[in-house]
Design a protein around this ligand. Structure first.
Ligand SMILES: C[S@@+](CC[C@H](N)C(=O)[O-])C[C@H]1O[C@@H](n2cnc3c(N)ncnc32)[C@H](O)[C@@H]1O
Length: 344
């Protein structure tokens, strides 16, 4: 879809895992990647900005794998014990469930502390943190996000945490990574093409908004990156700043504005209006707040719809990446996902 626009620079406005930006970079586009989350900035620096050969990081990753584990802040909150060797029951004596086994959170405590002690440059630090997050993902006891944990230890949670060099490459172009609200930067981005994949919240009124918020789903990634020992709340021990009262994105809003339009729909309208790019690819989920009719209105008021493609995840190679599986499964099961190509 992007090929037919003849563009060479792409703005990925809601970059998340940065896997779309990575695909654009691999196809020789220059990418500006933005997301409101800490983890997307870390992934972006690791994959899109790094210019060193992956082997450069061998020594660092090897060193981190050999740090002596200890029981620290993460273990005391997120590490669980295996009490019954005859079953996989993960319920702790106080009734809580945990995302990792103690042996692995002890490694997390030690590696995270060491990353700060090493005083790395921002890119090396991002490579180390990405490697740590990917390694933790391989031994977790969750359904792919951190809004609840499993009653029974997953088979992989018994494995030992081991860091590997992420699948990076040496970037040639000057890609850029921004961390912020889309509306703070959209007016200054001069890319030919913008790709917008905002969170679509939910059109299910019974679903509490916090259940579908990215900041709530991935709160532990934020804490690992910031290493700021935040106050926690709730059964899944979320950061206080991811509670419904503090954290919200207009795109995840489920309420209506005074105009009668949904706030989330108005935000999409504003997004298309304020974009400085000649071309926009907008990802749309049928399970989101905006109906197809409302979305069509937003597109036609601000540009011209050139193409619509239904995304078939079964044919999408990225779908095999386990750590983005939760997002993909969600949309594949419940909703349909579309890409709209818009000419401004
Ligand atoms: C559907 S996900 C994007 C997934 C991404 N395309 C990928 O492949 O990994 C939506 C992203 O929007 C981010 N987000 C939410 N509100 C935002 C805002 N106001 N400005 C920028 N990013 C925002 C979330 O942190 C989340 O990563």
């Amino acid at each position: 879809m992007a090929e037919r626009t003849g563009c060479s620079t792409v703005f990925d406005g809601f970059a998340g895992t940065t896997r779309v930006g990575q695909a654009f970079v691999k196809s020789n586009y220059t990418v500006v990647s933005n997301d409101i989350s800490e983890w997307s900035q870390v992934f972006g620096r690791c994959y899109l900005v790094n210019k060193k050969d992956p082997k450069y990081y061998s020594e660092l990753i090897e060193h981190l794998n050999n740090i002596r584990p200890y029981e620290g802040w993460f273990t005391q909150r997120y590490g669980g014990d295996v009490y019954d060797l005859t079953s996989s029951n993960a319920i702790q004596p106080d009734g809580s469930k945990k995302p990792w086994q103690r042996k692995n959170t002890m490694k997390l405590d030690a590696i995270r502390r060491e990353i700060d002690l090493l005083d790395l440059d921002p890119i090396s630090k991002s490579v180390a943190l990405t490697s740590l997050i990917l390694a933790l993902d391989k031994v977790d006891s969750t359904l792919g996000h951190f809004s609840s944990y499993l009653r029974n230890w997953s088979a992989r949670s018994f494995n030992d945490l081991k860091l590997d060099i992420p699948a990076i490459w040496s970037n040639v172009y000057e890609n850029k990574v921004i961390k912020g609200d889309i509306f703070d930067c959209i007016g200054d981005i001069a890319c030919d093409l913008s790709y917008f994949d905002p969170p679509y919240g939910s059109n299910n009124d019974k679903m509490p908004p916090s259940r579908v918020r990215y900041s709530a789903y991935y709160h532990i990634w934020t804490t690992i990156i910031s290493n700021d020992n935040p106050n926690l709340f709730g059964k899944s021990l979320r950061r206080e700043d991811t509670s419904d009262r503090v954290s919200s994105s207009v795109f995840e809003e489920y309420r209506q504005a005074k105009s009668g339009k949904f706030i989330a729909v108005e935000a999409i309208d504003r997004l298309i209006k304020l974009s400085q790019s000649d071309w926009i690819i907008l990802s749309y989920s049928s399970g989101g707040r905006a109906t197809a009719k409302e979305l069509n209105e937003a597109i036609n008021e601000n540009g011209e719809l050139k193409d619509v493609v239904e995304v078939d995840y079964t044919r999408n190679v990225m779908a095999s990446m386990s750590w983005t599986g939760a997002w993909l499964r969600e949309s594949a099961d419940l909703n349909k996902e579309y890409l709209f190509l818009i000419k401004k």
